[in-house]
Design a protein around this ligand. Structure first.
Ligand code: F6P
Length: 513
């Protein structure tokens, strides 16, 4: 099987090279989808919604925000390109005020490119399905970060109920003939099978945005069979990298009564065939874009003044506060960098944009305090006059607010301990229109397979990590340009439109079994 996988990877690389003729754009994707789907609309289901209406308690104003989420970054441009309906949890505290009687609204606000249908969850449902089973169970199960998964029977029961609730909400929307449904992530492992029971004519794909573990790791989940069975209700399952596909095929092979076809990369269970493929997710990419949508230079100037960054070498990190992102390891490496290379004290500032996430889970709550304390301690250790090594900005940042930070940063750090892909790495590269800057990237991210011109690190090795910061800061401009240009081309060629085109093409090519 390993040999076949190796052969397939080689032939995939070859076919990608052959296809590298022109860049995929929004309009090219729109044409492809119209050609493949005709009048049929696309249905997307995810937990996280692309727009959230949240109440600012201090002012009483309602803000419409775009959540910090890989799913939102990736799927939103696709639905903007081709329309459709996106069904997601209405998680904003003011969300109910902005929907019609069918719980729907047009988005983006004042542009109405597609429909967002909000599904309401009670506190108890959110607790059991989202915080509990999805994020205390499946999330640590799939990430090698030594955080122990917690499986509670009551969470599992609620997870099943919520999958059913989303299924009912989706079924209400489906047209009479063969709809196309695109499910996102580990929150909905049971949905594929539930949909097929009611609508066997539907074509259903699931994209798994996080890593898939080895069978040895997965088998500790008490509900392993139901989960695999639910997922194998889908026609197509996508992962970021071939390694996760291999792990999934191995898992199905070992833990479920099924047959794995290593020629076709599919699993056959109870006469139903499910294809398993790698689709490395991406961003829109600004390479080849006709003009800047927004000039960031004034914003950069303003930020430099506001945060005393004039004449500083600036590094940036942009993360949800999650233990998988290696933020603690990053701070230790920054500490070691200033210890080992004291000439950079007073000259380098690392800006960490950190958006609080899943805060009702103890592990996340504790992590927030741990990082607060660590930043305070390290800043105190090195601060001189108005200079301090780490500028820690802890709140939600919109994409427009993040762009000037990327643009001004001389280097960016992505130090995940394990990550399916990591779109921050690709966003940073995409934003560096002047080919300046260096990317320090954890070898444990899916992105490290593509962005081989980054400075690749083992985030657990503080010494190596500190030296990589030194390497980034010292990197000659010509080397920055050479590496950045090559990474920008890779992101441009494999942008989010190509990702969507590949999945839609494969899904529409499947014959219903
Ligand atoms: O990328 C993995 C993922 O869980 C996405 O599914 C999700 O949108 C993102 O991380 C952010 O997490 P959450 O939606 O729980 O805030």
């Amino acid at each position: 099987m390993s040999l076949r996988v190796a052969r397939k990877s080689i032939s995939d690389v070859a076919s990608v090279k052959l296809q590298r003729e022109e860049l995929w754009t929004e309009s090219k994707l729109r044409n492809l989808i119209h050609a493949k789907l005709g009048d049929k609309v696309l249905f997307v289901v995810s937990n996280r919604e692309p727009y959230m209406h949240v109440l600012d308690e201090a002012t009483g104003a309602v803000h419409c925000i775009r959540p910090a989420s890989g799913v939102v970054t990736a799927i939103h441009p696709i639905l903007c390109a081709c329309g459709g309906t996106w069904i997601a949890h209405g998680g904003g505290d003011a969300d109910r005020k902005f929907v019609n009687s069918k719980d729907k609204l047009g988005v983006p606000p004042n542009d109405d490119r597609y429909i967002l249908k909000r599904v309401w969850l009670s506190k108890q449902e959110e607790d059991g399905y989202y915080y509990g089973f999805s994020n205390e169970g499946l999330w640590p199960l799939c990430h090698n970060t030594h955080t122990r998964p917690i499986f509670r029977q009551e969470d599992w029961e609620i997870y099943k109920q919520v999958n059913r609730k989303f299924c009912d909400s989706l079924l209400e929307e489906l047209p009479a003939t063969s709809p196309f449904i695109f499910i996102q992530d580990y929150h909905f492992t049971l949905l594929g099978k539930m949909i097929k029971e009611k609508r066997p004519d539907a074509k259903v794909a699931l994209f798994w945005h996080i890593p898939w573990p080895t069978p040895e790791a997965f088998q500790i989940c008490p509900y392993q069979k139901d989960i695999l069975d639910g997922m194998l209700g889908c026609d197509l399952i996508g992962f970021h990298v071939q390694n996760h596909c291999n792990n999934f095929l191995d898992t199905a092979n070992r833990l479920l009564e099924s047959r794995v076809d290593t020629e076709k990369f599919s699993v056959i269970r109870l006469e139903k065939e499910t294809f398993v493929r790698a689709y490395p997710i991406s961003v829109k990419s600004h390479v080849g874009a006709p003009a800047l949508e927004r000039d960031t230079s004034l914003e950069m100037e303003r930020l430099r003044k506001e945060f005393n960054l004039q004449d500083m070498v600036v590094g940036v990190g942009v993360d949800r506060i999650d233990y998988t992102k290696g933020i603690v390891e990053r701070i230790h490496a920054i500490d070691r960098f200033f210890e080992k290379y004291p000439k950079y004290r007073g000259k380098v500032v690392f800006v960490q944009l950190a958006s609080p996430s899943r805060t009702h889970i103890k592990r996340y709550h504790d992590l927030i305090s741990e990082i607060d304390e660590l930043v305070e301690k390290k800043n105190w250790k090195y601060m001189e006059g108005s200079w301090k090594p780490i500028l820690y900005l802890k709140r939600h940042f919109s994409a427009d607010e993040i762009a000037p930070f990327y643009a001004m940063a001389d280097f960016c750090i992505v130090s995940s301990l394990h990550d399916g892909m990591n779109l921050v790495a690709k966003e940073y590269v995409s934003e560096k229109r002047d080919n300046r800057g260096a990317l320090i990237l954890s070898q444990f991210t899916g992105a490290a397979r593509e962005l081989v011109d980054a400075i690749l690190i083992n985030s657990y090795s503080t010494e190596e990590f500190a030296d990589s910061i030194f390497q980034a800061v010292e990197m000659p401009v010509e080397e920055q340009a050479r590496r950045m240009e090559s990474m920008r081309m890779i992101v441009a060629e494999n942008n989010i439109y190509r990702w969507a085109a590949n999945i839609i093409t494969d899904l529409t090519a499947l014959k219903n079994v």
